[in-house]
Design a binder for this molecule. Structure first.
Ligand code: MN
Length: 224
């Protein structure tokens, strides 16, 4: 099998969907998997998601991006105000998955190390990867944290191709119909798994994708 580059959208605690997709993908050491961020919060089992991702890093080249939810979690370890803000944004579900009353500082060391290893963005020969959004006129390394992690496509939809000429792969803005949003020069693969939609994995070279939900069911992609 040739080396693949596969992007995975917002997991948000949906460990069953993640496990189903990875069983189907069967990643090899030749593969690169780019995780688009938002592994935790909202869904039922963030602990199991992080455990599976720690294991996945041993099975392929794993490139985890930092989502706004990971940013909130990491900040909440040392800042009470940040903790209160994160708890209002779905952090309660994450802490409960470790046992009610767990403090974010008390998460297992390998889970925290994984979260600290997350990158702001990723770039390959033909693709750019950002959690949330991009300014088409600015190199990826100069995008603001707000653009990379917070700005919804509903607030700001890029109107043209990024100056690099590369296609941008995004998550963060849930597509509530469960369908991948393919605008050619950008693709959003947050297909709302934690809200009853699908978790999407996409081979970025040919835009082949796979979808599983948190009941472990698969959906065949619609004809392109
Ligand atoms: Mn997000």
């Amino acid at each position: 099998m040739t080396a693949r580059t596969i992007a995975i959208g917002d997991i948000h605690g949906c460990a069953v969907a993640l496990s189903a997709l990875l069983d189907r993908l069967r990643p090899t050491p030749q593969d690169t998997i780019v995780l688009l961020g938002d592994y935790v919060d909202r869904g039922p089992d963030s602990r199991a998601v992080l455990q599976r991702l720690v294991e996945l890093a041993q099975q392929c080249t794993l490139v985890p991006l930092l989502g706004n939810h990971e940013e909130m979690l990491l900040a909440s370890r040392s800042d009470t105000e940040a903790l209160q803000g994160w708890l209002r944004c779905g952090g309660v579900a994450t802490l409960d998955s470790y046992g009610h009353g767990t403090h974010p500082r008390a998460l297992p060391a390998d889970h925290l190390a994984f979260l600290e290893s997350c990158r702001p963005y990723h770039e390959t020969d033909h693709h750019l990867f950002s959690h949330a959004n991009f300014d088409p006129s600015v190199p990826l390394a100069e995008q603001t944290p707000l653009m990379l992690r917070w700005c919804s496509l509903r607030e700001s939809t890029p109107a043209r191709r990024h100056i690099s000429g590369k296609t941008v792969i995004l998550g963060h803005t849930p597509q509530e119909n469960g369908d991948v949003l393919d605008r050619d020069f950008f693709v959003c693969i947050d297909t709302f798994c934690c809200g009853g939609g699908w978790l999407t994995a996409m081979d970025v070279e040919d835009k082949t994708f796979w979808q599983a939900n948190d009941a472990g069911q698969f959906r065949e992609p619609a004809e392109k």
